[in-house]
Design a protein around this ligand. Structure first.
Ligand code: TXA
Ligand code: MG
Length: 325
């Protein structure tokens, strides 16, 4: 068993991280979408520590990460359709909600008889799952209600003192959380837009999916059910056209594309106007401007509603300051 650390760990090697997982510890791990906060999904006490570190309510279920289809079948039951999606999109940023098997306890699924499963493609995360030999439960590694981390330093800054290790896998290549599809209903439901868009899922399935599921079901079916999810601490307003910003506004502004003549208070999600680049930079910029703005209002431009841009706009509208807050 690995030593119990007394303070935050800046770096960790894979073997020690696997030892922490096997001995019931929790830690920050890189994936291609965002950093996760990992624990052995079969160890209820370890999973409880995730909820405590994040300040996350137990009604919000976790995603279970696997490194092989064999492991996936040990945690959930796959229909032929689900197998087809797994073949096409795994490893990668797709999470499927499926009927769960007994190995996964109530704490992971918030008592539901379904489990969210995903096979990530990030080599470090895959190796960690292989080395520990366990399915790994991992929500995004941020305090509950804050934007997801896309760099190891984000995890260290916000959770470093509360967790056993952080594995640094560089910047996340997608930058927004995985697409979630509910496979227990007919037709399947898109529960959270992400890097894999609805059209790609539909062409793999050969059928239309439900792209606007009802919001008020008994359990939160996706993170968006909670209104304050992803909120920065400063106030954020969104715009489509710069003409919507009052002339007198002197605060920080994030544009989709680099302006021709940027001013000192201007930032941009993409140099050239590429939605994938915008997704990669989204949470880094929201975090940075949240700090710089020190509680004051800042603006961010919506991106074109195509491909991963749909997920970017979804996260932006959740981060936007609501008038009833
Ligand atoms: O990209 C990702 O999915 C990242 C990385 C770390 O894998 N993880 C992530 O986890 O975004 P989290 O916990 O922040 O968001 C997962 C959401 C939960 O908020 C929950 O609403 C939904 O997945 N979920 C989990 N289990 C579910 C289930 N059985 N049925 C419906 N929704 C579920
Ligand atoms: Mg999250």
């Amino acid at each position: 068993m690995a030593d119990k650390p007394t303070r935050q760990r800046p770096q960790c090697d894979l073997r020690s991280a696997a030892d922490f997982i096997l001995s019931g510890g929790i830690g920050g791990v890189p994936t291609e979408t965002v950093y996760g906060l990992a624990a052995d999904a079969t160890n209820g006490e370890a999973v409880k520590k995730i909820f405590a570190a994040k300040g996350r309510p137990f009604i919000d279920p976790l995603i279970v990460h696997v490194c092989s289809f064999e492991m996936a079948e040990s945690v959930a039951r796959f229909s032929d359709k689900a197998k087809r999606l797994a073949e096409k999109f795994w490893p990668g940023p797709l999470t499927m909600v499926l009927p769960r098997k007994e190995i996964i306890g109530d704490i992971v699924t918030a008592g539901m008889d379904t489990v969210a499963v995903r096979m990530p493609s990030h080599p470090i995360m895959r190796r960690l799952i292989e080395l520990s030999g366990r399915p790994i439960a991992a929500p995004s590694a941020n305090p509950f209600g804050y934007v997801s981390p896309t760099r190891a330093e984000h995890v260290r800054e916000q959770l470093g003192e509360k967790i056993d290790f952080v594995l640094d896998g560089g910047e996340c290549s997608c930058g927004v959380e995985s697409t979630i599809i509910g496979m227990v209903s007919v037709p399947p439901k898109l529960l959270r837009p992400g890097p894999i868009c609805a059209q790609d899922l539909e062409s793999a399935l050969g059928e239309e999916i439900d792209k606007s599921p009802k919001k008020n079901e008994a359990h939160p079916q996706a993170p968006g059910m909670m209104k304050t999810h992803y909120s920065p601490k400063s106030r954020l307003a969104l715009f489509d056209s710069p003409s919507e910003i009052p002339q007198s506004f002197g605060g920080q502004i994030i544009f989709f594309k680099r302006p021709d003549l940027p001013l000192k208070n201007h930032y941009w999600l993409s140099e050239s106007g590429d939605v994938r680049e915008a997704a990669r930079n989204l949470f880094v910029l929201l975090r940075a401007l949240d700090k710089i703005s020190k509680g004051a209002l800042f603006y961010c431009q919506r991106v074109p509603n195509i491909g991963i841009g749909i997920a970017v706009n979804d996260r932006l509208s959740r981060a936007e300051t609501k008038l009833d807050k």
